[in-house]
Design a protein around this ligand. Structure first.
Ligand SMILES: N[C@@H](CCC(=O)N[C@@H](CS)C(=O)NCC(=O)O)C(=O)O
Length: 228
């Protein structure tokens, strides 16, 4: 059954990115809509009415509101018929997805919003955690010995991991270089045709650590939850 899918988010490269990658990989059509365009109101007015008061949220058939980016990932994986039926392998995939998602804080807000000395301090403070978690992910990848984290074709967990590992390059491009197996994983994801074409055309995130902006339709917009 074909559903109408609307992914509501803000101007930032963060938790909507893995769902977008998965939509493009699976070829499932969806609309990417900014919160202010969907509701025609400022986020501060909308927030109290959102089920878990944060975005991204996927609206299905103009009726069902699905919050939590990992729930959206699992939903899209199910829609695409890609869900992992073996309970043990599925649990391992969920562990990869959650362990990758824990990189969100403080990596994503720092890359999207922090500037100057605050950016540098946050980068320094999070380094031990990033090194440790990247090491864990590299080990998991080597132990499973497949092209992606679980299989030779990607699953939802791979796109969640991809987003956070890829974003780390904007914090400090040298981190990922210490983990050659993860670097290879990023290259493998980026070389998938549908994914590559999305990555080539997605809004560019520029001026990180100075005055971060997303270039949408050729126009640089400050990152954030406000219409510009
Ligand atoms: N656990 C949630 C976290 C969502 C979240 O932190 N959303 C942020 C943007 S990335 C947000 O809505 N910020 C605006 C606010 O909290 O008012 C998820 O995975 O979707």
């Amino acid at each position: 059954m074909k559903h109408k899918l609307e992914l509501i988010y803000f101007k930032m490269r963060a938790l909507a990115e893995a769902p977008r990658l998965l939509f493009h990989y699976t070829g499932i059509k969806y609309d990417d809509v900014m919160s202010w365009d969907y509701y025609d109101k400022d986020w501060s007015e909308v927030k109290p009415y959102i089920p878990f008061k944060q975005l991204p949220m996927l609206i299905v058939d103009e009726k069902h509101e699905i919050c939590q980016s990992l729930a959206i990932m699992t939903f899209v994986e199910n829609l695409a018929g890609m869900s992992i039926t073996d309970p043990i392998i599925n649990a391992k995939a969920n562990a990869i997805m959650q362990s990758s998602q824990e990189l969100f804080m403080p990596l994503n807000p720092t890359v999207n919003f922090a500037t100057g000395e605050k950016f540098k301090k946050k980068r320094e403070d999070m380094m031990p955690f990033l090194m440790s978690r990247f090491g864990d992910l590299e080990k998991a990848m080597k132990e499973n010995d497949r092209k992606f984290f679980i299989y030779d074709e990607p699953r939802a967990c791979d796109f969640t991991a991809f987003h956070h590992l890829d974003l780390s390059k904007m914090l400090d491009p040298s981190i990922i270089k210490k983990f050659p197996r993860l670097e290879k994983f990023l290259e493998d994801i980026m070389s998938i045709d549908n994914v590559k074409s999305y990555l080539d055309k997605r809004p560019e995130l520029i001026d990180v650590s100075v005055e971060p902006k997303l270039v949408i339709d050729g126009i640089p917009h400050p990152t954030g939850v406000k219409k510009t």
